[in-house]
Design a protein around this ligand. Structure first.
Ligand code: ARG
Length: 633
């Protein structure tokens, strides 16, 4: 029989497993331990199960145990040391856990290696790509799956058409892609939204520029760079004309100056954009083409990062009507007020103290009636509520826009939409320092990825022996380069700034993307060499895995589902990445001790089951981060 079933039955007798919410032994071996230890402590202390269950903590390193209880967390009156001693006197013999030895005010628990291996390896291998996932998280009602999944909208990336895809967009893309994967693995219904900067006078500039300098060929070949070049050129002309006008005015040539003001490039662009706002079909057709061609190109890049959006929304998609409605409602509710012909929100009048002052006095409608970034965001949020009826929404936007997001969330709340305000969340992040490309200072994502790929290729060439064996070195270098960029981005806490450093990120030494890829490829190469069938591995005698290196690796591998649960709390990619580095370090130090090629057949099978589990965890972790694990390099 299945060892998991067997142990579950045994534990059923010791105390029911499923009386704890969020206890899922079928997908998370550690939950069995959590439930088991809880029953023991509850028996001994009489403390409520739920309190005990939630007080069991992870440890920072294996030498501190597999789980730990801070005695004061149970809120039992008395000296923790004395209490701990008394409890330990009553501690029963357990099939799963060694009897703890008190350490300060903590009770550390060490899992008995045998059963942990019996539970972890088959569970992980049976679940495969799903190991670590727990779809119950996303259920509307965990006790009744027929009520369906919770829906989360994740807005991320959101570049501006015809402007550089800068480091902020890169980070938003990486973090947003990761969060989307995380919620999908947790069983939520995830809607990925890209809110493009695709509206405003700059599209008038672009259209006028295209009429002057555009080439259909260049547009088809490389729309992103072509449009950007035109945009830069036109902006230069506008500023030249402005200087010219000032000079003419200074020289008293008023009529000539007036002529430029009324007919110059800037005015043409303004008029063009006005046509777009008024719905002129011809004007809109050109803009729409720019937008669609750009989206096609973005999609190619997103595919390289394993990201697909469900919706390409954008500033253009917010209707003037909706924004007028929102402005009107703000005015009626007394949130907005007139100031110099414009509408502003003076937060100090609505939110007491320092907080209100810090929110400043943003404009929500200009004197000329045109709406703004802030007002668009408000309308778009109300629109998404109607369209998607979501349970939660995350905006992945740089911390440079913290104030903007605070203002817009607060206005929505002041408008009386408390339930909406309560389910939106800003996930912010710091700056990338020192990012530039070899081909100049403009940073489009594709150029960055190509540069890092080239660099990676050079690094790989330095080891000619290995390089000769790689089948498609360019493609591998490309994936490795992307992994390098992504892992450097996800290594620290989101809010920290970091230095973009090609030499560091592409190194095979240290905690880098290439290092993870190397670890994965090595596991795949072992699998190929050993070449055992699924059944052979499944029939392995796991009791042969007795060495400390083997049991420590099992202990780390068994933590993976908990790491995913913890990540749902931190929403930090580094929670996953740090774990993967920890795991691969334990793994790589075990190779010398747990040789597989050349060992006797029984041992070979059991060690293969162990390495296969490591491969599954590493593969799942890398894909959760958005990486493409390579099998050969
Ligand atoms: N396009 C904006 C920019 O590049 C980012 C949009 C962020 N999302 C939002 N809902 N405001 O700065």
């Amino acid at each position: 029989t299945d060892p998991v079933d067997q142990l579950s039955a045994q534990l059923e007798k010791l105390g029911s497993l499923d009386k704890y919410p969020n206890c899922h032994p079928e997908v998370n071996p550690q939950d069995i331990y959590r439930a088991h230890i809880t029953s023991i402590i509850h028996e001994i202390t009489g403390v409520d199960n739920a309190i005990v269950y939630n007080a069991l903590q992870w440890t920072l390193s294996l030498d501190k145990g597999d789980m730990v209880l801070a005695i004061p967390a149970l809120r039992v009156k008395g000296n923790p040391l004395v209490l701990g001693k008394q409890w330990l006197e009553k501690w029963p013999e357990s099939p799963l856990v060694e009897k703890p030895v008190i350490s300060g005010t903590f009770l550390p628990f060490f899992f008995k290696p045998g059963p942990l291996t019996q539970l972890t390896l088959p569970t992980a291998r049976k679940l495969g790509r799903e190991f670590g996932a727990n779809k119950a998280n996303g259920l509307k009602d965990p006790s009744d799956p027929s009520k369906g999944k919770k829906r989360i909208l994740i807005e991320f990336s959101s570049p501006n058409i015809a402007k550089p895809f800068h480091a902020g967009h890169l980070r938003s893309t990486i973090i947003g892609g990761f969060l989307s994967n995380l919620y999908a693995v947790a069983g939520w219904d995830v809607v990925r939204i890209n809110y493009l900067g695709d509206w405003g006078k700059q599209y008038g500039i672009l259209a006028v520029g295209f009429e002057r300098y555009g080439s259909e060929d260049a547009l088809a070949k490389d729309p992103i760079n072509h449009l950007f070049e035109i945009y830069v050129k036109l902006n230069k002309e506008i500023s030249d004309e402005k200087q010219e006008t000032e000079k003419l005015q200074k020289d008293g040539k008023t009529a000539e100056a007036q002529n430029i003001i009324e007919n110059g490039t800037d005015e043409q662009a303004r008029k063009y954009f006005k046509l777009m706002v008024d719905g002129d079909e011809k004007a809109l057709a050109l803009w729409k083409r720019f937008r669609e061609l750009s989206i096609d190109r973005y999609k190619e890049t997103y595919n390289r990062l394993n990201i697909q959006f469900d919706e390409y929304s954008g500033e253009s998609q917010v209707s003037e009507e909706a924004m007028n409605g929102a402005a009107k409602s703000m005015l009626e509710k007394g949130i907005a007020e007139e100031s110099d012909g414009a509408l502003i929100v003076d937060f100090s009048k609505h939110v007491p103290g320092k907080v209100g002052k810090a929110l400043e006095k943003p404009i929500v409608r200009r004197k000329d009636g045109t709406a703004l970034y802030l007002t668009r965001d408000i309308s778009e949020l109300l629109n998404r509520e109607e369209k998607y009826n979501f349970d939660h929404m995350i905006y992945v936007i740089a911390s440079q826009q913290d104030l903007h997001v605070k203002q817009f969330f607060k206005i929505v709340e002041l408008m009386g939409h408390n339930e909406i305000a309560a389910k939106v969340q800003h996930i912010n992040f710091g700056l990338v320092l020192g990012m530039s490309t070899r081909r100049g200072t403009v940073k489009f994502l594709n150029d960055i990825l190509r540069d890092v790929g080239d660099y990676m290729h050079e690094v790989m060439k330095k080891n000619q022996d290995k390089y000769q064996q790689v089948e498609n070195p360019e493609a591998v270098a490309d994936i490795m380069g992307i992994s390098a960029v992504m892992c450097q981005d996800m290594a620290g806490k989101r809010i920290n700034n970091y230095q973009f450093d090609m030499a560091v990120m592409t190194s095979f030494e240290g905690d880098t993307g290439p290092y993870l890829q190397y670890a994965h490829a090595r596991l795949c190469s072992i699998t190929r060499k050993v070449n055992l069938s699924e059944e052979e591995i499944a029939s392995a005698d796991l009791s042969l895995l007795t060495e400390a290196h083997a049991t420590n690796l099992v202990r780390v591998l068994s933590q993976w589902p908990d790491v995913v649960q913890n990540t749902l709390r931190t929403l930090e990619p580094t929670t996953v990445l740090t774990y993967l580095f920890k795991m691969t370090h334990v793994l790589s130090s075990s190779y010398d001790h747990l040789r597989i090629v050349g060992s006797e057949p029984g041992l070979m099978k059991s060690r293969m089951a162990l390495y296969d589990t490591a491969r599954i965890v590493l593969n799942n972790g890398m894909r959760l981060l958005g990486l493409t694990p390579v099998e050969r390099m």
